[in-house]
Design a binder for this molecule. Structure first.
Ligand SMILES: Nc1ncnc2c1ncn2[C@@H]1O[C@H](COP(=O)(O)OP(=O)(O)OP(=O)(O)O)[C@@H](O)[C@H]1O
Ligand SMILES: [Mg+2]
Length: 255
């Protein structure tokens, strides 16, 4: 029997994007006035892609991530995740979708201090009403290199180890999209490499989609594409850039 070569899933043109941002604007209104944080962002994130989002401070990176993840509502425009429009979903449906389809890794690890590593990792499954199997928890802890640490509490771990717990916690639900905002912001370069490699593996081996905000050109070079934001708009992109090329593109944006 002859087997046909499988086509690469991320280049099949008919496949819907993992995440679609369609004409997203976001205006923050307060007593101090209105700030247009996003001014019309349209972008397709392909399934299995790893995209870094860069841009000067205040360019709208975190706002973009918050809106894309349904943690905040855009003023205009729609977000479509895996074919489901977030617009019009009520809070309950949105929370369900977020728990099932999205993983989050932030600079602050957001672990629960009173729970063990094991229970922190198992928590997202418990929240979706599934009973986490010991094997599932073991598997993701092994994946992030923390197999011996299941019984510790977050305070008994280094920053890098805590971030890896946060990644294990995001991996356990097998989300289709990972959102990461400065995931390596507080880590040394060696630990950053481990964390970034885990995100890279999520896309290469599991076909998950990663959207990562970062200021660090070395971190951004783990992504195949860097998307540059400037003043609430997409200012361009760079594919397969080296850290030096990414840094130089960034500095021309900041000029
Ligand atoms: N809750 C808020 N209320 C009012 N303005 C806000 C709010 N959050 C963000 N902004 C403003 O929106 C703009 C975009 O902010 P955002 O946090 O998305 O930037 P960023 O690119 O993530 O910056 P940084 O690199 O510093 O994290 C900024 O001008 C910021 O001051
Ligand atoms: Mg930010």
């Amino acid at each position: 029997m002859t087997a046909t070569a499988p086509t690469h899933p991320s280049v099949v043109p008919t496949e819907p994007p993992a995440l679609l941002l369609d004409g997203i604007t976001k205006t923050y209104r307060s007593k101090a006035g209105a700030v247009d944080a996003l001014r019309g962002v349209t972008y397709h994130f392909l399934r299995g892609s790893f995209t870094a989002v860069m841009g000067p401070s205040g360019s709208g990176k975190s706002t973009l991530l918050q809106c894309a993840a349904g943690l905040d509502q855009p003023t205009n425009g729609t977000v479509v995740l895996g074919g489901v429009s977030l617009h019009g979903l009520n809070e309950v449906a949105l929370t369900k979708l977020r728990r099932k389809e999205m993983g989050f890794v932030f600079q602050a690890y957001n672990l629960l201090p009173s729970l063990t590593v094991y229970d922190n990792v198992a928590l997202p499954l418990r929240l979706t009403g599934r009973r986490p199997s010991r094997n599932d928890v073991r598997r993701v802890l092994e994946q992030v290199g923390l197999e011996g640490m299941a019984k510790r509490r977050p305070a008994e771990l280094s920053g890098g180890q805590q971030q890896r717990v946060a990644i294990a916690r995001a991996l356990i639900t097998e989300p289709s999209v990972f959102f990461a905002d400065e995931p390596t912001g507080a880590l040394d370069s060696g630990t950053s490499r481990q964390v970034l490699s885990l995100l890279r593996e999520a896309t290469d081996q599991a076909g998950q989609t990663v959207v990562m905000v970062t200021h660090d050109p070395v971190a951004a070079a783990y992504a195949e594409r860097v998307l540059f934001l400037s003043d609430g708009l997409i200012a361009g992109h760079l594919d397969r850039g080296t850290p030096a090329q990414i840094a130089s593109a960034m500095s021309s944006l900041e000029r």
